[in-house]
Design a protein around this ligand. Sequence first.
Ligand SMILES: Cc1cc2nc3c(=O)[nH]c(=O)nc-3n(C[C@H](O)[C@H](O)[C@H](O)COP(=O)(O)OP(=O)(O)OC[C@H]3O[C@@H](n4cnc5c(N)ncnc54)[C@H](O)[C@@H]3O)c2cc1C
Length: 351
Amino acid sequence: MRGPLDVVVIGGGQAGLSAGYYLRRAGLEFAVLDAQPTPGGAWQHTWDSLRLFSPAEYSSLPGRLMPSQQGETCPDAGHVVSYLTDYEKRYELPVHRPVRVAGVHRDGELLRIESDSGTWRARAVISATGTWSRPFVPAVPGRTKFRGAQLHTVEYRGPADFAGQKVIVVGGGNSGAQIAADLAYDTEATWVTLREPRYLADDVDGRVLFDAATARRRALDEGRTDTRGVASLGDIVAVPPVRSARDAGLLKAQPMFDRITATGVAWADGMTAEADVIIWCTGFRPALSHLAPLGLRGPRGHVPTAGTQALGEPRLHLLGYGDWTGPASATLIGVGRPARDAARQIADLLG
Ligand SMILES: Cc1cc2nc3c(=O)[nH]c(=O)nc-3n(C[C@H](O)[C@H](O)[C@H](O)COP(=O)(O)OP(=O)(O)OC[C@H]3O[C@@H](n4cnc5c(N)ncnc54)[C@H](O)[C@@H]3O)c2cc1C
């Protein structure tokens, strides 16, 4: 049994590290427990060609600017992993890994954190476990009948794995567009989207997205009309590889199919497409199963919060995940502000 500490942070990706930065500044005693053996959170697992949708200086965590990557306007995922590795060293953040938390329990005045490396106790918990470990695939008729391979964004590495194959890429967001662009040159790829792809203007970067998300949060908090935030600008950031494939006419999207057959997909009007592989770029859900013992789950699998603080358990904060825990809080540039607010509120609560 370890502790009691002031705070245990669960998850050592960008959200957990930002929390650590502000907890240290608040003078609180804390530990960060991360399930991965090495630093970098989800960025360690993305595909080779992935590029950030912002230049380095607009992709920085609190306290330290991300250095630019030589030869790249928008850095790749490896650059983010190096930055996060350096960040936790520079601020001497007490990250313990690999430690997977199985459950958070109420234990009188404290919260008890059960993990695969023992029990911790803390006066408050920040959950920052991201979404990468909970890929979402929609229920489409016939999905289990398909004889080819099906994979999710999380398993995609690069076009070399699909040379000469017929691939269906499903999803009209950034992952779908980037993977469709990646596959456009060497495979027979069909890109399928629920609605016509909506590209953001070519000059939009992370700062614009952050501003749009912040304006939306403010409007909702003040009871004004929902501005729809980033969604009002479009669904796809036109990063250079997407722009090149789009401008070369290689990113033509088909509407969503109606069912999956043994050998491909079929539309209601009788059109079909054969496929060896279907890649589902259909998003994620928050990884919150470790919070189940607290009985806080609300609609859509979220834990209801005011800002980052759980409504049903004031000692618990949720950080990252999506706009519901703070404007753009699931981005590098956006997570700093809610991390600061969470640390401040915890410091106040603990007196
Ligand atoms: C394809 C793609 C492109 C993106 N592009 C950009 C971009 O250009 N710019 C940008 O700012 N953002 C981008 N994002 C969004 C983004 O920054 C992330 O999703 C980010 O990784 C979220 O950080 P996080 O710390 O919340 O979660 P993660 O990075 O997922 O970190 C969570 C950590 O918690 C650990 N964990 C999970 N469960 C447990 C548990 N039970 N116990 C202990 N540890 C646990 C995980 O192993 C992981 O290490 C992109 C996302 C995707 C998917």
